[in-house]
Design a protein around this ligand. Structure first.
Ligand code: NI
Length: 400
């Protein structure tokens, strides 16, 4: 008897197996949901992933960092190398959702759906490892720590070599604002670069009743906040997406004291690399002008966050076809880019990649809360959809 060739890896068989794995994927997700760990502290999570993977055949498992896991599934024959990325971290949020699988770790919660991403990738590893002998090429499962916290886990894993030799990289995000049963793929720029800034304005404190003897950092800070609104509205091409949000303004301790300093911080979101470079200069120019004008001083720091997620157009078109064949064209949601950030972009520096969005909301079941909300949840039927998409995508990329 001759061994089957790689071309015989049947998508129908895989999808049939995926359906049988549905309850297991939900069980994995609920376990992870009950035991959330925040970025760079995912020790138990990584161990759990490691244990599940260790029970599967043909995987070679490594731990590139303390809280990440990478599993390589080398097929019988040589071929394409496809990386599949799942992020595994939770958020420092106290869960308010009243579900049996509610978080058992106080102050930590899977409020972004990364528990689901991890469960889906475990499902994919289970399915593909069982068919290793019909597989040509390699599937590399990247269970990445710390997506939620800059500098992020992706960059560390890329530096550790997890993308070496990879031809294509795919990832997904469960998306609560999209109904379950639908999914979206954005060609080109998909998620913004999330940069951050801090500014301390130092004046001269004093008695609130004697303002002329002070340099009031609150009054100056208020003008800085107002002026910074003009960066987007008056200094940036309206056709170039850009956000400047000031999210912290901290100053003062008492009603009758003008404080010495005021602290501001916030975030800037862009897609355009040239614009991304200009924004901090524009901001500082305004801050300098206003503070100097009132005799105050300032300290301004600006930190670059993740690069923007830019989906490879050819690969996006191909995977949109795959998704349409799997779920029907009516399931494909036309999506606009998001000003949110994602460190999936780090992998895209090394190989063409596509980051897909899988609908996970359900208004009639009250699954309506935004990502990072204490009552965030997902419709667990989205896990099966995510898995079937991943099965179809990896099958296509390996065999075509
Ligand atoms: Ni997320």
């Amino acid at each position: 008897m001759t061994a089957p060739t790689a071309a015989q890896l049947s998508l129908d068989t895989l999808q049939h197996d995926a359906a049988a794995l549905r309850d297991q994927v939900i069980a994995w997700r609920r376990h992870l949901h009950q035991h959330p760990e925040v970025s760079f502290s995912e020790h138990g999570t990584a161990q759990y992933i490691h244990d599940v993977l260790s029970a599967l055949p043909h995987l070679s498992i490594t731990r590139p960092t303390a809280t990440s896991v990478v599993a390589r599934l080398a097929g019988r024959d040589a071929g394409r190398v496809i990386a599949v990325r799942a992020d595994i971290d939770a958020l420092p949020i106290e869960e308010e959702a009243d579900v049996p699988w509610r978080s058992k770790n106080r102050g930590a919660m899977h409020a972004c759906g990364h528990d689901g991403h991890t469960a889906i990738a475990l499902g994919l590893a289970t399915l593909l490892s069982a068919h290793r002998d019909q597989l040509a090429g390699e599937v590399r499962f990247i269970f990445q720590h710390a997506e939620e916290l800059s500098p992020g886990g992706a960059e560390q894993l890329v530096n550790a070599g997890v993308m070496d030799g990879v031809h294509e990289v795919i990832g997904l995000h469960l998306w609560a604002s999209m109904p379950t049963g639908r999914m979206g793929l954005i060609s080109g720029p998909a998620m913004a670069a999330p940069d951050t800034f801090q500014c301390t304005i130092t004046g001269r404190g004093g008695h609130a009743a004697i303002p002329h003897d002070t340099i009031d950092p609150i009054a100056i800070g208020a003008q800085v906040v107002t002026a910074l609104q003009q960066v987007v509205s008056r200094m940036v091409d309206p056709l170039d997406p850009c956000v400047v949000s000031i999210t912290q303004f901290i100053a003062g301790t008492a009603f009758n004291v003008i404080p010495n300093s005021a602290y501001l911080s916030g975030t800037v979101r862009t897609f355009n690399a040239e614009l991304r470079k200009q924004i901090p200069q524009r901001m500082e120019q305004l801050i300098r002008g206003i503070t100097e004008g009132f005799g105050a001083t300032y300290e301004f720091t600006y930190e670059l966050g993740y690069r923007p997620v830019v989906n490879d157009p050819a690969l996006t078109a191909r995977l949109t076809d795959v998704a349409a064949r799997t779920f029907g064209t009516e399931a494909i949601e036309p999506m606009r880019p998001s000003m949110g950030g994602e460190d999936f972009s780090a992998y895209q520096q090394r190989a063409p990649g596509v980051f897909a969005f899988i609908g996970a909301g359900n208004v009639s079941e009250g699954i309506v809360f935004a990502h990072h909300h204490p009552r965030f949840s997902i419709d667990e039927r989205s896990l099966d959809i995510g898995l079937r998409y991943m099965v179809a995508a990896t099958h296509d990329l390996l065999t075509a």
